[in-house]
Write a protein that binds this ligand. Structure first.
Ligand code: DUC
Ligand code: ZN
Ligand code: ZN
Length: 464
């Protein structure tokens, strides 16, 4: 089976040129001008951009907050419709279990037969036992070169203390395993939450008041110092504020291997959303919290200048009526997290490229290439090159519409970006050579996604 995409404008993280791409079976076999080849299918992509399928390195298809659990892999076709062909999903370690057994069980019970995009995994530490620290260097053998630890969420089973983070850093470095942290000061949040609730301040907007920017900046700085003491690199997920970004930037400029990402919602939404009436604000409860405009601008600057490396979705599909409602009387109980997997490209294009905040090459870097490198998936994923997987987006820059839950495949009852303008869309998407989105609609099959093992030392590799 072969497909020839003719006359599109190919965008990679470093290039832009008009050319033809030949796909044979699952791979890109040739790229050139006026390729003189035969193919089973020929697509004329004149006037369209051709970019690599996105890599979203931060999704939660399985996350619980109290009694609420997110919508799972049945919603993974949302990735493809949004131009993302690979996700790196967080797999929760079961207490008393090894990470490997936790991953095997997750795949068997929740992923197999359902995943529609390709996927790789990070482990999430729930049980920081000696057995786990001994297992960390072996994780690359099962294609999992990264784990995440939560510094936040005191009282939740996934909260980890500094000792756990330090030991994980020590255990990771020789094997090139990336330690990722959710950096917020759990104790300060706990105090502030209790003080607010004691004063009757229980509405969703107090979520942000209980998690001010310095809560994030302090934990970010602490995590970087822990990494320096362990002489290991570190990656800070979902950076949301100027102060935390500056901590990472300044460490990196001094030569410390400290890195971070931000997420689409922190680039375009803000604290005002949390004040929406009739408990609508609960839809925007995620952690760290949404911030104000000054922070948004700082984040755009940071991704443009490379101080933050990529943009993820932190996709976490809690429903509003079923799950968010658990915090109707107290914001502390509102499950933290929001859907966004389908919208990452739309946000980066409409509010980044169209507003001249980032170039098209930068978009590809943030959306596909660097996350593929960080997670050891490059060059199989994240670029358009001969020999790479034929994960390809044909993007129509003329399309105009609005983002709405009506067209979302996230499987929940709201969109974080409801009613926001969208310019351009993924018109056709190929996953390993198979057309899986046509005319913006999912045309693939349940279970078509494959596990792609990640290679270690991704942080060092992404520098190249
Ligand atoms: N923050 C969220 O908003 N959702 C999932 C987990 C997290 O840390
Ligand atoms: Zn997190
Ligand atoms: Zn997350």
């Amino acid at each position: 089976m072969s497909t020839l995409i003719r006359n599109g404008t190919v965008i990679t993280a470093v290039d832009e040129y008009v050319g033809d791409i030949l796909i044979e079976d699952e791979k890109i076999r040739a790229i050139g001008k006026n390729l003189d080849v035969k193919a089973d299918n020929i697509i004329d992509a004149k006037g369209k951009y051709i970019m690599p399928g996105g890599v979203d390195q931060h999704t939660h298809f399985d996350f619980s907050f109290g009694d609420a659990t997110v919508f799972g892999w049945e919603g993974s076709n949302a990735a493809l419709v949004g131009g993302t062909t690979t996700v790196v999903d967080f797999v929760n370690q079961k207490i008393g279990w090894s990470m490997k057994d936790s991953v095997d069980e997750y795949v068997e019970t929740k992923v197999n037969g359902k995943a529609m995009c390709d996927y790789s995994f990070h482990g999430v530490v729930y049980d920081p036992s000696d057995a786990l620290f001994e297992e960390i260097p072996k994780l690359p053998e099962i294609g999992i070169p990264s784990i995440k630890l939560f510094m936040a969420y005191k009282g939740h089973p996934y909260h980890c203390d500094d000792a756990a983070i330090f030991k994980a850093l020590q255990a990771s470095k020789e094997a090139g395993v990336t330690i990722m942290v959710h950096a917020e000061n759990a104790d300060v949040i706990d105090v502030l939450q209790k003080q607010l609730v004691a004063k009757g301040k229980t509405e969703p907007k107090y979520h942000a008041v209980s998690r001010p920017p310095l809560v994030e900046a302090e934990a970010t700085q602490r995590a970087i110092y822990l990494a320096m003491m362990a002489d290991a690199p570190i990656f800070v997920v979902h950076v949301t504020c100027k102060e935390a970004m500056e901590v990472i930037r300044d460490a990196y400029i001094k030569g410390v291997p400290a890195y971070g990402e931000t997420c689409s919602h922190y680039l375009v939404l803000d604290t005002d959303n949390l004040s929406k009436p009739n408990f609508e604000g609960a839809k925007y409860v995620c952690s760290p919290a949404l911030r104000g405009e000054e922070h948004r601008e700082a984040l755009w600057e940071a991704i443009k200048k490379g101080w933050l490396k990529c943009v993820s979705s932190d996709h976490c599909s809690f429903s509003w009526k079923e799950h968010k409602v658990l915090g109707r009387d107290n914001f502390i109980n509102i499950p933290n997290g929001a859907p966004g997997l389908q919208d990452r490209l739309a946000i980066l294009w409409t509010y980044g490229v169209e507003k001249d905040k980032i170039s098209r090459q930068k978009l590809v870097e943030l959306f596909a290439t660097v996350p593929a490198k960080i997670n050891g998936l490059f060059p199989q994923k994240g670029t358009i090159a001969v020999g790479s997987d034929a994960d390809i987006v044909i993007f129509d820059p003329e399309w105009k519409g609005v983002i709405s839950n009506k067209t979302s495949l996230h499987g929940v009852d709201y969109s974080s970006y409801e009613g926001m303008e969208q310019i351009g869309r993924a018109e056709k998407v190929f996953l390993r050579g198979n057309l899986t989105v046509d005319d913006g609609k999912f045309t693939g099959e349940l279970g078509q996604g494959q596990f792609i093992p990640g290679k270690p030392f991704g942080l060092a590799y992404q520098e190249r």
